[in-house]
Design a binder for this molecule. Structure first.
Ligand SMILES: Nc1ncnc2c1ncn2[C@@H]1O[C@H](COP(=O)(O)OP(=O)(O)OP(=O)(O)O)[C@@H](O)[C@H]1O
Ligand SMILES: [Mg+2]
Length: 374
């Protein structure tokens, strides 16, 4: 996908802007609180079907205005042009049209324009709690495998039912043992399927992540990602989860919730043999998180056949000059990217075809003429 241009009217602090983009790099600089992230948000909203920062759409309407309007012109990798328009009255619902045709709901846009966004918060992927990594794996696998998504949904459903049974027992109610056995069977079956799907997905991701990591750092091998099954070090199937549930039975009855299953699993990450969560530096954690996001984009792209737009919000702080140029080299020729930074010197002036904008108080000024997307 290529975003060729974006028109913004009364979106956040941007009163009125018409921007043309390069199909390679697009650099957005400006001091803090001027509108850099607002621009990325406005592009990404067409991909996610909502803002990545808020679910309250009136927040997106410029203070003092009654509505916002966005128009994005783009084209698919095969060259088919499209026009997406989104508008919202402060108190009304968000309206969306694709090539002039009104959509029923804004969520109909999901999947149309794949993109990947990296924000400073995403560093959690490498150093945050295990749930962040499980969500990452589950989201990626669900994007490329409808079978996995079905298994995951059923697993969550069974887990909820089983927990509610245990909760009432823990609160002093009678435990329906027959019903519990039914849920045990279902949980073991679906749980093993989820673990299997995640391990398969991680295998694909790790290959891509290693390549990207090596490309950025200019050397091979440093990165290892390994699935950590909470109930069985061999990450075995149904039987081991069933056994773990039996072993946990008495404390589950006391505590009132399920104590074994893939909802406790994690991914172990190592760089040069050292566990990332314990030993890695800030810069390495951030780089690893970026690499994982890009690997995810690549995996989704290769299954879907459409290149995602890459949005990188303030990723360069904490990265040294060598890593910054490694990330840039890796992105070039591969994706259309939008990169923000409060420091203009993160972006060298000599990248052919790149577009740069400086934003101040919601007003964008092109600092080089963008190579016109055809
Ligand atoms: N609905 C709105 N109407 C007007 N201004 C808004 C609205 N929502 C946010 N803003 C303004 O947008 C600015 C923040 O923009 P943004 O988050 O894009 O900053 P930034 O350039 O990314 O800064 P940083 O470098 O700190 O990340 C703030 O000054 C905020 O007051
Ligand atoms: Mg910002």
């Amino acid at each position: 996908m290529i975003v060729e241009s974006l028109h913004l009217d009364s979106y956040r602090n941007i009163k009125d802007a018409s921007l043309e983009f390069s199909e390679g790099f697009n650099f957005i600089t400006g001091r803090n609180a001027q509108g850099k992230t607002n621009l990325l948000e406005a592009i990404h909203i067409f991909s996610l079907g909502r803002s990545f920062r808020t679910r309250r759409t009136p927040e997106l309407v410029r203070f003092g205005s009654e509505h916002f309007f966005l128009r994005l012109i783009g084209r698919s990798d095969s060259g088919v042009g499209f026009r997406l328009e989104m508008g919202q009255e402060r108190s009304g619902r968000t309206r969306l049209s694709v090539n002039g045709k009104q959509m029923k709901g804004i969520s109909e846009i999901i999947g149309f324009m794949p993109s990947v966004i990296f924000t400073p918060r995403d560093v959690e992927l490498s150093s945050g709690p295990p749930a962040v990594r499980r969500t990452y794996l589950d989201y990626t696998a669900a994007q490329v495998s409808p079978g996995f998504l079905a298994d995951l949904k059923e697993y969550r459903h069974v887990l909820k039912q089983r927990n509610s049974l245990l909760r009432s027992a823990a609160a002093g109610g009678m435990l329906d043992e027959t019903q519990l056995e039914v849920w045990d069977e279902a949980l073991a079956g679906k749980g093993a399927a989820v673990v299997g799907g995640r391990i398969e997905m991680l295998g694909v991701i790790v290959e891509r992540a290693r390549e990207i990591f090596a490309e950025v750092l200019g050397r091979d091998d440093g990165l290892e990602l390994e699935y950590r099954c909470s109930y069985d070090s061999e990450a075995g199937g149904e039987d081991s989860l069933r056994a773990a549930l039996v072993a946990a039975r008495e404390s589950e009855k006391r505590r009132g919730y399920t104590l074994a299953g893939p909802h406790y699993d994690d991914v172990m990450m190592r760089i040069d043999g050292e566990e990332v969560r314990r030993y890695a530096s800030q810069g390495r954690r951030r780089l690893l998180a970026v690499v994982l996001k890009l690997a995810q984009a690549d995996v989704i792209m290769s299954r879907r056949g459409e290149r995602p737009v890459v949005l990188l919000d303030d990723i360069f702080s904490e990265l040294d000059a060598g890593v910054v140029s490694g990330v840039r080299n890796m992105l070039s020729d591969r994706y259309q990217s939008f990169i923000t930074s409060p420091r203009g010197d993160d972006f060298p002036g000599d990248i052919p075809g790149a577009a740069s904008y400086e934003v101040e108080n919601g007003v964008f000024r092109g600092t080089e003429s963008p190579s016109k997307a055809s």
